[in-house]
Design a binder for this molecule. Structure first.
Ligand code: MCA
Ligand code: AMP
Length: 504
C-alpha cells in the first residue's frame, strides 16, 4: 500500500540541504534537520504513552514552533490532531474534551490546574504541558526519546485532524479532515500560488485554524521554505520583517492594521511577491488603499474549515476587489436556489461545493453531516454567492454568523449565555460594521424587569467567564422588546439597521 500519510508528502518538499531554515521565531531559528529530530522524538513519545493510529490528541497551547512540531508528529504517528484555540474557557474546553474523547491533552501550564480535573473526569489518560516557548512536560518527556521514528502508513480517507467549528444551534461540531483532504488542498495551493525556490513566508496567524495551520504551513513546507514565525500579529514587528519575506497570508484586519502605520510603504514590501487575504470579506476600500500604498493587489481567496480553500483570485490575471475568484482546480461549485435548482449566472443563491478537499463529516454527528450535504454529495456552505463567467462573489450568509477579525462567532452561542443571566428575558446578538474587526459582536438585551435591567458590565462579565474573549460582545444595548416577523422570528436585519445608524 502506498503511504497516503500527509507527513510523507510534506517531507518530499523538504530541501536536500537539511541545514536550511524552516522556522525563524523571535527566540531562535530551526533548521529542517532540527525540526525533523524534534518531530521524531515527539512521534516516539506519542507511541510511548500508548496512542495508536486513530486515537486523538487535543492541544490547547500558545503558538510556538514546538506546537507546529507536535502537529507534524501527530500526522507522522497517524494520531488525530485536535487544535483548540488558546482563548477557549474551561467551560468550552470541557465540551470539546467530552465530544472528542482524546486520550491525551497537551495544555498551557497556565490552564493546567483548571483543565486537569475536567480532563481526568472525562477519561483523558495523559495530560502534559507546553508553554509559549514550547517548553513544559511534553518537551521534557519527549527529549528522552529516540531521534528516529517511522511514518505510520495510513489510507487516504483516514482522519488526520478534527477542527471544531461553531454551529448555528450553539453546539460546536468537529469537522473531520482526512489525509487526502489536506493533501489535495496543499498541492493545489502550492501550484496555484506559484511557490518557488527562495520564497519566505511571514507567518503571523494563529495555528489552531485552517488558515494558519494548513494553508500557510503546508504551502511553506511543501516548498522547503523558511517561515518568519511570529507568536501573534503585531504590525510593528511585521513591518520590520516584511523586507525579508516574499509571501504573507492574513485576515483583512492584518491589512487594515498595516495601513494605519505611517512607515508601511513600498520600500517595506520591496521583496514581497504575494499578499493573500481570506477568512472574512476584504473591503474594496482596503484592497484599493493597499494597492495605492504598496503597489500590491491583494490576492483574495475564500475557504472554510470544512473544505480548506475553495476559490481564489488568480496569481496571473485580474484580481478583482470584492470577488473571491475562481474555483480551485478539482473543486466543483454551483449556486442553487431554495428548491436546489441551479441558478443562472449573476443570480444570488446558496453556494454548494464538491471535491477531494471537502471534509468527511462531523465527528459523531452523522445526522448533522447528512443535513449539510445534498444527495449528489455537494456540501452546502451556508454562504450566498453569485457566479459570473466562473468567477465567484460572496454576497451574504445564509447562516447566522458574525466574522470578527477572521474568527467566527455564532450568535446563538452568545445568546444562550446572556439569556441565562438573571433578569434577562431574551437577547439577540448581531454583527455591526467595524473598521478594525470587519464586524463587531453586539448584544441587544431585553430585561425581564425593565425597572431593574442588568448592567452592560454584568452582561460582558458573564460572557467573558463562559466564552473565548473574541466572542465577548464589544457593545451592549437594551430594548423593551425584539422586533419579530409574523412567524415570531427575530428580525436581526432590522436590529442591524437600527444600531448601525446609531438610533438606539
Ligand atoms: C482578539 N480579540 C478579538 C479578536 N481577537 N475580538 C474580536 N475579534 C477578534 N478576532 C479580543 C482580545 O481578546 C481583546 O479582548 C480585544 O479583542 C482586543 O484585542 P487585540 O489586541 O486588538 O487583538 P489581537 O490579539 O491583536 O488579535 C486580533 C487579530 C486576531 C490579530 C485580528 O484576532 C487574529 O489573529 N485573527 C485571525 C483569526 C484567524 O486566523 N482566522 C482564520 C480561521 P480583551 O481586551 O477583553 O482581552 S480559518 C477560516 O476562517 C477559513 C478556513 C478561512 O477561509 O481562512
Ligand atoms: P470557518 O468555518 O471558521 O473556517 O469560516 C468560514 C467562513 O468564512 C466561510 O463560510 C465564509 O462565510 C467566510 N469566509 C472565508 N473567506 C472569505 C472571503 N474571502 N470572503 C468572504 N467570506 C469569507
Amino acid at each position: 500500500m502506498t503511504n497516503e500519510n500527509l507527513y510523507h508528502l510534506l517531507e518530499s518538499g523538504f530541501p536536500t540541504d537539511d541545514q536550511s531554515l524552516v522556522l525563524t521565531s523571535p527566540d531562535r531559528p530551526y533548521s529542517y534537520q532540527h525540526m525533523q529530530t524534534i518531530v521524531n522524538r515527539y512521534c516516539q513519545y506519542i507511541k510511548t504513552i500508548g496512542l495508536r493510529p486513530g486515537d486523538r490528541l487535543a492541544v490547547q497551547t500558545d503558538k510556538s514552533p514546538e506546537a507546529v512540531f507536535l502537529y507534524l508528529a501527530c500526522l507522522k504517528a497517524g494520531v488525530i490532531y485536535i487544535p483548540l484555540n488558546i482563548a477557549y474557557t474551561a467551560t468550552e474546553m470541557a465540551y470539546f474534551i467530552e465530544n472528542a474523547g482524546p486520550s491525551c491533552l497537551v495544555c498551557s501550564p497556565n490552564n493546567q490546574v483548571a483543565l486537569t480535573p475536567i480532563a481526568e473526569k472525562l477519561g483523558v489518560n495523559v495530560i502534559e504541558t507546553m508553554d509559549a516557548q514550547g517548553q513544559g512536560s511534553w518537551a521534557t518527556q519527549a527529549s528522552q526519546m529516540s531521534e528516529a521514528s517511522d511514518t505510520q502508513p495510513v489510507r487516504s480517507d483516514d482522519i488526520a485532524v478534527i477542527l471544531y467549528t461553531s454551529g448555528t444551534t450553539g453546539r460546536s461540531k468537529g469537522a473531520m479532515l482526512s489525509h487526502e483532504n489536506l493533501r489535495h488542498n496543499a498541492q493545489t495551493l502550492h501550484k496555484l500560488w506559484g511557490w518557488k525556490p527562495g520564497d519566505v513566508l511571514l507567518h503571523a496567524l494563529p495555528i489552531n485554524h485552517a488558515h494558519g495551520l494548513f494553508v500557510a504551513i503546508h504551502c511553506a513546507l511543501l516548498n522547503g521554505s523558511n517561515m518568519l514565525f511570529l507568536p501573534r500579529f503585531d504590525p510593528a514587528t511585521v513591518i520590520k520583517l516584511l523586507p525579508e519575506a516574499t509571501v504573507m497570508m492574513g485576515v483583512p484586519t492584518f491589512y487594515t492594521r498595516l495601513l494605519t502605520q505611517d512607515n508601511f510603504n513600498k520600500a517595506v514590501c520591496r521583496n514581497m511577491r504575494l499578499f493573500i487575504s481570506g477568512s472574512a470579506p476584504l473591503l474594496e476600500s482596503t484592497f484599493e488603499a493597499f494597492e495605492e500604498r504598496t503597489g500590491h493587489r491583494i490576492l483574495e481567496r475564500y475557504g472554510m474549515t470544512e473544505a480548506g480553500m475553495i476559490t481564489s483570485n488568480p496569481l496571473e490575471g485580474e484580481r478583482v476587489a470584492g470577488s473571491v475568484g475562481f474555483p480551485l482546480p478539482g473543486t466543483e461549485v454551483r449556486v442553487m436556489n431554495d428548491s436546489n435548482d441551479r441558478l443562472p449566472d449573476g443570480e444570488k443563491g446558496m453556494l454548494q461545493i464538491r471535491g477531494k478537499h471537502v471534509f468527511k463529516g462531523y465527528w459523531q454527528m452523522p445526522e448533522k453531516t447528512r443535513e449539510e450535504f445534498t444527495e449528489e454529495g455537494f456540501f452546502i456552505t451556508g454562504d450566498i454567492a453569485t457566479c459570473i463567467d466562473g468567477r465567484i462573489t460572496i454576497v451574504g450568509r445564509g447562516k447566522d454568523l458574525i466574522i470578527s477579525g477572521g474568527y467566527n462567532v455564532y450568535p446563538k452561542e452568545v445568546e444562550q449565555v446572556i439569556d441565562a443571566i438573571e433578569n434577562v428575558l431574551e437577547s439577540a446578538v448581531i454583527g455591526l460594521p467595524d473598521p478594525d474587526f470587519g464586524e463587531s459582536t453586539t448584544a441587544i438585551v431585553v430585561p425581564s424587569d425593565p425597572s431593574a435591567p442588568p448592567t452592560d458590565t454584568v452582561i460582558i462579565q458573564a460572557t467573558k467567564a463562559a466564552l473565548a474573549n473574541y466572542k465577548v460582545p464589544k457593545q451592549v444595548f437594551f430594548l423593551d422588546a425584539l422586533p419579530r416577523n409574523s412567524m415570531g422570528k427575530v428580525q436581526k436585519n432590522k436590529l442591524r439597521e437600527q444600531f448601525t445608524s446609531g438610533h438606539s
